[in-house]
Every structure is written in C-alpha cells, then in structure tokens.
Write a protein that binds this ligand. Structure first.
Ligand code: ADP
Length: 390
C-alpha cells in the first residue's frame, strides 16, 4: 500500500512516496526556497539513477507540487492517500484525522501557535485537495502523541481564565518521531522495555517519557522553544528574562522571539555554528566556547532525562535519535557519562559503530539499556494514512 507524505515548511516542501508494507521508498525529495530566488527541487527516485536537481522558479507551494506530481508520476506508482505533517494540532488533533473542510479549518485556527508552519501546511493540504481530487488527505500532527499526557504534566501554573481563553498548555512537538522511536525500540527489545526516555536530538531537540506506549511527559511546551538547548533555540530559561530583555535591553518582543529561536542555543554558546559537527571540530581543537556548548548540552540533556524518568517513576531504556542522536558518538557518550552515577554505562566500542539499524550501545552491566534508533517520521505518517484510508 503506497502513501505520499508531504512535509511543508514556510519555504520548503519535502515529499516521500513509500510502500507501508515493505517500507520501500519510491521517490523522495525537497522543493527548496519556495517564494525566494534560487529555488530548486532536489530528489531521488526509482525512475532515475542518482540524485537529481531541477532548478526552476517556485513562486508558490502549488508550483512546487506540480514538480512533485511529475516526479511521482514518473515512478509509475499509484498511492492510496496523502499524509501531511502538521507541526501544531492544538486541541483538535489528539490523533490523526482525515482532511475535510472542517479539519482543514482547525489547522488554520490553531496556526497562531505555530505561524511559521501551520499556514504553509494548510496551504499545501489545500493544494493537494485541488490537484488530487480523488485522493484522501490525512493530518498527522506533531503534537498529537503528547495531547493526553497527565494534566499535572501539561497544565501551566498561570491564571485559569488566561490559560483557558488562550489555550495555553504544554503541546510538545516531535510526537510522530517519539511515537516511531517507541515502536522501533519495542520491536527491538520486546518485553524487556516498559519505560523509555526517547531522545530526539536534532537541530530541534526534545525528550519524551513513554510508558508502555503511552506518553507521560515531554520537554517542549506551548511551542518548541522549551526544554533542551538546541541548535539555535535557548530551551528553558527563566521566563522573566523576556520581560527583562524588553524593559532593560530595549528589544522589541519580535526581536526577543527571534533571538531566542534563531540566535541562541549551540550557535550562541559556541559562537561559531549551530551544527554540532562544527562545534565538535572546534572543541577538538581546544576552543573553550565549543567545549562549554557541549558541556552544557550534556548537562541539560541529562537533567531533563531525569525529569522524564520522574514522570514514569523510573526508566529501563533510553534511545538516542535524529541528526545528533543517531550520528554523534561524542554527544551520546557525553550525555551518558553525566548519567553514570545512576548506572548508565555505555559500551564505547559499540557506541562508535555507524549503522542505519536500531542498535544497543550500553554495556551488559548497565542498569539502563541505551539504544540508537534511526527515526522515520514519514513511515509513521504513512502508517496513519494506511489505517485511516487503507
Ligand atoms: P532537524 O530535522 O531538526 O533539522 P536533524 O535531525 O537533521 O535536525 O539534525 C541536525 C543536527 O544533526 C545538526 O546539529 C548536525 O550537526 C547533526 N548531525 C548530522 N549528521 C551528523 C554527524 N554525522 N555527526 C554529528 N552530528 C551530525
């Protein structure tokens, strides 16, 4: 059963055509710089050999979709429906839902919580409805998995009338990835796993506490700014810092928003890059700021792993995933060393192995199993489409 998965950003549109039964990917790519100069479509497909690049003006997502259609058609594969990654599902998507006029309206209604993403995603859904009138569409929200965490975990200690009126609560993000990580770790460990701390560490990063498949807590909040130190996001800081920056620093609220989301995190700490590979190189050459960026990343991540463990009153497994978690043995080791006091022990040789498979990197006498789980959000989205439309 084939599914087309669309992941639209404000200026990009990623796509993947895959078979949910065999997990075979027939075509995948990214339309980049939509609405800006220098736009192009990069893709791979079973219809052509090697990586392809089409340089073409892409004024809108609709123009980008025209190229996606051509690329999909060239594979000769039909598909049962289209799954759309939506960053913010708000209070409307505790689970994935088939697109109707009503559900599409909900994606727009909650867009103020994720303005850079939801509007573009809603537009992409609309374009798909027009271009593929006989195909169903499904919304798979990044927030769904976290929606039913216990109230004591999602509620903010702010006045009730304010939070009720503005729908302020912890929504989290990366839920589709955490859901996949649980599934893949369970397939790997079977009955040995009940309480997992899932660590999605990419340029955006979050943790999730998952007990027997149910999400218990997560580190991102109302928006993805909360929690861990990320590539360019500061993560948790004293909220009064915002007021202080505005009152004493003279920054506008938009400038503070940009500062905290785009100019902070590993980029600000290292002073050179948001990319962990550059920082690793810097630290290896003795750059003290790069080393501090890593030390703070290890410390914060291990602190929040403990916070997730508290949500489950313990944990038996932790799983590293996403760009940093899957690829950086240095980061994995750094985080694990912080947790050595409570029995986490890494097998340093196993940690260095590179692979696309789920693997165990903890020592046999580690109290906690430590896994590396390559995430696959597209597959998870496709599974939801197969379930709802198949
Ligand atoms: P996102 O999807 O949030 O953009 P990714 O999951 O792609 O992020 O992760 C990007 C991060 O992964 C970057 O910090 C990058 O440095 C890191 N990364 C990717 N490949 C490697 C690698 N081989 N070694 C170390 N870090 C890596």
């Amino acid at each position: 059963m084939n599914v087309l998965v669309i992941n639209a950003g404000s200026s990009s549109l990623k796509f993947q055509l895959l078979d949910v039964d065999t997990r075979e990917v027939y075509a995948k790519g990214n339309c980049e710089r939509i609405g800006i100069d220098g736009s192009f479509v990069g893709y791979e497909s079973i219809a052509v050999e090697g990586k392809q690049k089409i340089e073409a003006p892409l004024p809108t997502h609709k123009d980008a979709m025209q190229y996606v259609i051509e690329i999909i058609n060239a594979t000769g594969k039909d598909f049962i429906g289209i799954g759309h990654r939506v960053v913010q599902g708000g209070w409307y998507f505790p689970e994935s839902k088939v697109v109707t006029d009503e559900t599409l309206g909900w994606v727009r209604e909650v867009a103020p919580l994720a303005p850079l993403h939801n509007y573009a995603e809603a537009d992409a859904i609309q374009v798909c409805r027009e271009l593929f009138p006989d195909k169903g569409n499904v919304v798979v929200a990044d927030t769904s998995f976290h929606y039913n965490i216990p109230e004591k975990a999602w509620r903010y200690a702010l006045p009730r009338d304010v939070v009720d009126k503005l729908h302020i609560r912890k929504y989290g993000a990366h839920g589709t990835s955490h859901r996949y990580i649980w599934r893949a770790a369970k397939e790997f460990l079977g009955d040995d796993m009940h309480k997992l701390v899932s660590c999605h560490l990419g340029s955006g990063a979050s943790l999730s506490a998952i007990q027997d498949g149910k999400d218990m807590d997560t580190t991102m909040g109302l928006t993805p700014l909360d929690g861990l130190i990320m590539g360019t996001r500061c993560g948790t800081i004293d909220p009064a810092t915002v007021c202080y920056l505005v009152r004493e620093g003279g920054y506008t609220i938009d400038e503070v928003d940009t500062m905290m989301n785009k100019q902070s995190g590993l980029l600000a700490l290292s002073g050179i890059s948001s990319d962990s590979r550059d920082i690793e190189d810097g630290a290896a050459k003795g750059d003290a700021n790069c080393q501090m960026a890593f030390d703070m990343f290890y410390y914060r991540t291990s602190q929040l792993i403990m916070e997730m463990a508290q949500a489950m009153h313990g944990f038996d497994t932790m799983a590293f995933s996403a760009g940093i978690g899957e690829n950086s043995d240095v980061m994995r080791l750094g985080v694990a060393k912080e947790l050595e006091w409570m029995g986490v022990k890494i097998d340093e040789e196993a940690n260095k192995v590179r692979s696309d498979e789920v693997r165990c990197i903890s020592a046999p006498d580690s109290k906690i199993k430590v896994l590396v789980v390559p995430t696959n959000e597209e597959y998870m989205i496709a599974l939801d489409v197969a379930e709802l439309l198949g």
